[in-house]
Design a protein around this ligand. Structure first.
Ligand code: NAP
Ligand code: F7E
Length: 343
């Protein structure tokens, strides 16, 4: 059987690190592109790092950046992967309003750079390409969203990802590349970045209980998201590339909750019942029994435009890929809390 070689961009991120572990278990040789940083940025993959001087290394890291075409083409030429998972991105929606040009360069043109490298190197017959598309591309389209729903992104991030999504479909059609997309709805877990709302809440609770933080400051509590578990979602990425033909798939749970509900459930898991009073920036979340305030609102966490409600339909993935989410919402929050309480 032909050796399976995966190249993961964004291997140091939440999904990249989980996918690397998943593929190593499947006996892949795994290569990852990491950015140069002034201090270590490989914490999420330190447990699978192998010394290259030891026999049979399975994980290889290469310096590179999606904004630097020469690094991309050189790594692909050297590694000759059988599968590329393009997970690298400036992935924070709010930050994309502050760095819109960089976000477009990395997330939109970065994807084009990989597709062009595959084409120029004439490797299109031997490489399957996966693009990390996102529910943020739906923006203001009301739920439920599926593969045929209109794309109306509401942020520089969503717009950049929509370019990447369409250019992937375009290369599939124009050059007959095996280029697929997974339109993933929000997915979280214990290794989620600390500034996304899920992790901010679970870390905030841990810090409050350890008296390291007094309040949890949040923005819009009334946005709804379809939150799944990253461990389930990387399996879907792999299944998408094992499918007989390239295609686009929504990966979601089909259920949505408000940020407010996320807060209530998370606090309830540590025995605190949150009640709400006040309006707008003056609203607080507090415990009626003790009168202790836990949540306050800070205007800096509101976005110039909000995506109000995302809830995906994963019917196509279920039917075609036999994929469905396994890990329940509360179980995921509990795992995140457990890690943050332990740390
Ligand atoms: P993440 O934790 O923010 O990881 C992003 C990764 O991309 C990190 O490894 C980061 O490197 C790397 N990166 C950023 N800019 C880069 C550049 N210019 N060149 C090379 N690498 C770069 O994101 P994630 O949650 O794992 O998400 C993975 C992918 O799925 C992203 O493309 C994201 O947009 C997309 N997505 C995520 C979700 C979700 O809910 N998690 C949903 C839909 C789609 P550093 O470690 O050096 O920062
Ligand atoms: O926000 C609200 C915020 O930053 C979720 C990325 O992985 O998923 C993620 O994007 C909601 C939004 O994720 C705070 O306004 C309230 O409505 O956790 P988030 P996101 O923007 O949905 C998509 C699918 C991706 O593709 C992205 O890469 O929570 N919210 N208060 C807050 N959000 C944050 N971050 N911080 C707050 O204090």
């Amino acid at each position: 059987m032909k050796k399976k070689i995966a190249l993961i961009t964004g291997i140091t991120g939440q999904d990249g690190s989980i996918l690397a572990k998943f593929l190593l278990k499947k006996n892949y040789e795994v290569h990852g592109i990491k950015r140069r940083s002034s201090s270590f940025n490989t914490q999420r993959i330190d447990d699978i790092y192998n010394d290259l001087h030891e026999p049979n290394p399975k994980l290889f890291l290469h310096y590179g950046d999606l904004t630097d075409f020469s690094s991309i083409i050189n790594v692909i030429k050297k590694v000759k992967p059988t599968e590329i998972y393009n997970l690298a991105a400036q992935s924070h929606v709010q930050v994309s309003f502050e760095t819109p040009e960089y976000t477009a360069n990395a997330d939109a043109i970065g994807t084009l750079r990989i597709l062009e490298a595959i084409r120029i190197l004439n490797l299109k017959k031997s490489i399957k390409f996966y693009q990390a598309s996102t529910s943020e591309m739906y923006g203001t389209t009301p739920p439920p969203q599926d593969e045929n729903s209109p794309m109306k992104p509401a942020s520089p991030y969503g717009a950049a990802k929509l370019y990447a999504h369409w250019i992937t479909k375009n290369y599939r059609t124009s050059y007959k590349m095996f280029a697929s997309t997974g339109i993933l709805f929000n997915h979280e877990g214990p290794s989620r970045g600390e500034t996304f709302v899920s992790r901010k809440i679970t870390m905030g609770i841990a810090n409050i209980l350890k008296k390291k933080q007094k309040y949890l400051y949040l923005g819009n509590l009334d946005a709804f998201r379809d939150w799944g578990d990253a461990r389930d979602y990387v399996k879907a990425m792999w299944k998408i590339l094992q499918y007989k033909k390239p295609d686009d798939f929504v990966i979601a749970t089909g259920k949505s909750y408000s940020v407010r509900k996320f807060v209530e459930i998370s606090f309830s898991l540590v025995g605190i019942k949150i009640s709400w009073k006040g309006k707008g920036l003056k609203e607080i979340g507090y415990d009626k029994k003790t009168n202790r305030t836990y949540i306050r609102i800070d205007s800096k966490y509101f976005r110039p435009q909000e995506v109000d409600h995302l809830r995906g339909s994963f019917k196509k993935a279920k039917k075609t890929l036999d994929w469905k989410p396994q890990i329940k919402f509360e179980e995921m929050i509990k795992d995140m809390l457990d890690k943050d309480l332990k740390n």
